[in-house]
Design a protein around this ligand. Sequence first.
Ligand code: SF4
Length: 354
Amino acid sequence: MTQFFSSTLLLWHRQNPIDHAWKKDVLPYNIWVSEIILQQTRVAQGTPYYIKFIKNYPTVLALSKTTEKKLFSIWEGLGYYRRASNMLKGAKYIVETYNGKFPKTYKEIIEIPGVGPYTAAAISSFAYNLPHAVVDGNVNRVISRWHDIDEDLTKQKGKKQIQTIAQRLLEESKEPSLFNQAIMDFGANQCKPVPICEDCMFNKKCKAFLLNKVGVLPRKKQKKAKKKRYFHSFLFTNHLGNIAIQKRTAKDIWQGLYQLPMIETKSIQSIKSIEIKNHFSLGIEPNILKTQKFSQILSHQIIQFVFYNIPLTKEHEIKNKSWTFTSKSKIKNYGFPKTLTSYISNNYILDECH
Ligand code: SF4
């Protein structure tokens, strides 16, 4: 059965070639970049970022020399910024440990900061054709359906079962790189969440199809409800026309990115100008020109933003040392969460055009 699966999968792959921007690049560095970008991002959204990333940082050495601030501005809009800061750590590690040359064994690759079993398997197989099976969401779906794996795939037992089967199938194929690409493409294009079973090459032997379990596999436990958070963000403009920003340093979402000065509350209720004066020690009450609400949905949280446009006059006291005042021409040098970028762009950078 395994041999049938592997050979049929490779046949499907030959008949259904899928063009990825990075497929031409079998350099381990390029594969590393593409795999990290695609970890939490759809291919269509990730491709322009991959192209921009490689243009700015064509080698490990070039990446190792950048700053987190510059890297975050290139990464802006992709989310999960920890991926980018781990890549910077990883590049520095490769330069220090291997003199900038990408390591060639799975054991060495998995030691790179931020590289887990999935990325190590992808780099080892795609760059060096080493026999390590990749297991992502697509592979989970294909194998759990093909083999009728009823385990919860978020738990260790289920993960181990899939990994073992994937590894066995890959070794059977004798084509590690092709097999990994084929099974991921097959999961993304044929055995999709709503699969195309009617014209699938496996439908005479696929257990989920024969047992009528396609709709219930892979098993996953119910997701927890997303936590709601309320961020009141203040677009403070000083008498020179510059705005106040500050770095998010706490161990929380968007750590390392920049934001407008803010107050987090337990409810959406607007904050009054007297509270703004007291919270930021402004000396006198500020004048709120306008407020606007936006939501940003993350994987585990929903952030409800309330924005306040506030001009600061010379009479206001500005003691906060964590603030930086920046001008329109310099703002692009800072990375912000997506909703802040669009708010700042529409309410500060473009305000002269309105
Ligand atoms: S028959 Fe359907 S569920 Fe089975 S492998 Fe093919 S597409 Fe996936």
